[in-house]
Design a protein around this ligand. Structure first.
Ligand code: NAG
Length: 294
């Protein structure tokens, strides 16, 4: 029994004394993990550069913890919530590079748009968050910075819809029937997690009153919705059978929707908690790992 205790002690020591090193929703980063978490990701990152002695940082700590809980723990948006302790010797250059002059400095890093097949050339765009440092305005600002890869289509009866089903972008197709003209952060997160393997379209439901069919590949294909439907509805298109599979749960639990998509398509997410990358990155949220293993 000696070894596990030693390992545990070592893990705690490595996690260090950062503000958030025991927070399972927030990454405590150093230069190497910063690169991995922030720059090697299609997720938007919000990073607090802080110093443990600074009074205002101590004040912000509970707010930033709430932000981590909301964006990562509850809503599970395509956002990395992270912090860098600028007092640590190893982080000084990293903080200087980001022109951190006062503490805390909160920055948002927007990933470049990914186009399949293209080599990544563009860089992340850093922005300083100068808004009100409270949960709602921060969450709203960061959520608005999540990239959108969901194609908007105005009707299932449109030619655009048929040509999107035909197109080769993303071997699998997921349709989100929605009343809203905005693509919610949750839907944008879905599309990012399955980037390159599943293509997503948000299709407006204004012309739908109940079950309907479209003509596609010379067949009548049912759009499986009810009368007085509650939107959004998620449908996975099955090209072999030329039919739509409907997800019956509510579209609020991201991992459940992702598991349904995985089961129906065989596609695996490349980011997010169900991906190999997501599991690998969890170690940078130090305490999460220690607790999980106990
Ligand atoms: C975005 O996702 C694609 C597909 O998984 C990947 O090839 C690309 O490297 C990612 N971009 C970044 C900035 O990590």
């Amino acid at each position: 029994m000696k070894t596990p205790f030693l390992l545990l002690a070592a893990a705690v020591a490595v996690a260090g004394e950062g503000f958030y090193s025991s927070n399972k929703n927030i990454y405590e980063l150093n230069p190497a993990s910063f690169k991995d978490v922030v720059y090697n990701s299609n997720y938007t990152s919000v990073v607090e550069f802080y110093a443990p002695w600074c009074g205002y940082c101590k004040q912000i700590k509970p707010v930033f913890s709430k932000l981590g809980k909301f964006l990562h723990g509850e809503s599970k948006y395509a956002v990395n919530v992270a912090a860098v302790n600028c007092d640590e010797e190893i982080n000084k250059l990293l903080c200087a590079r980001h022109k951190v002059q006062g503490f805390p400095t909160i920055m948002v890093f927007r990933p470049p748009k990914h186009s399949p097949g293209k080599k990544r050339a563009a860089k992340h765009v850093p922005e300083v968050f100068n808004g009100v440092r409270e949960l709602a305005p921060m969450a709203e600002y960061v959520s608005s910075r999540i990239k959108n890869y969901v194609k908007k289509i105005f009707s299932v009866h449109s030619e655009l819809f048929a040509s999107w089903l035909d197109s080769s972008e993303g071997p699998h197709k997921v349709v989100i029937l929605t009343k809203s003209s905005m693509v919610s952060p949750l839907l944008r997160t879905l599309a990012i997690d399955f980037l390159d393997s599943v293509s997503f379209a948000a299709v407006n439901t204004d012309d739908l009153t109940g079950p309907t069919t479209i003509t596609y590949n010379n067949e009548q294909v049912e759009i499986p919705i009810k009368e007085n439907e509650k939107y959004p509805v998620v449908l996975v298109y099955d090209s072999e059978e030329n039919k739509f599979h409907r997800y019956d749960g509510s579209v609020t639990k991201l991992p459940k929707v992702e598991k349904f998509i995985m089961a129906k398509t065989g596609a695996k997410p490349t980011e997010g908690r169900l991906s190999a990358r997501g599991k690998k990155l969890a170690v940078y949220r130090g305490a999460a790992k220690v607790h999980d293993e106990l």
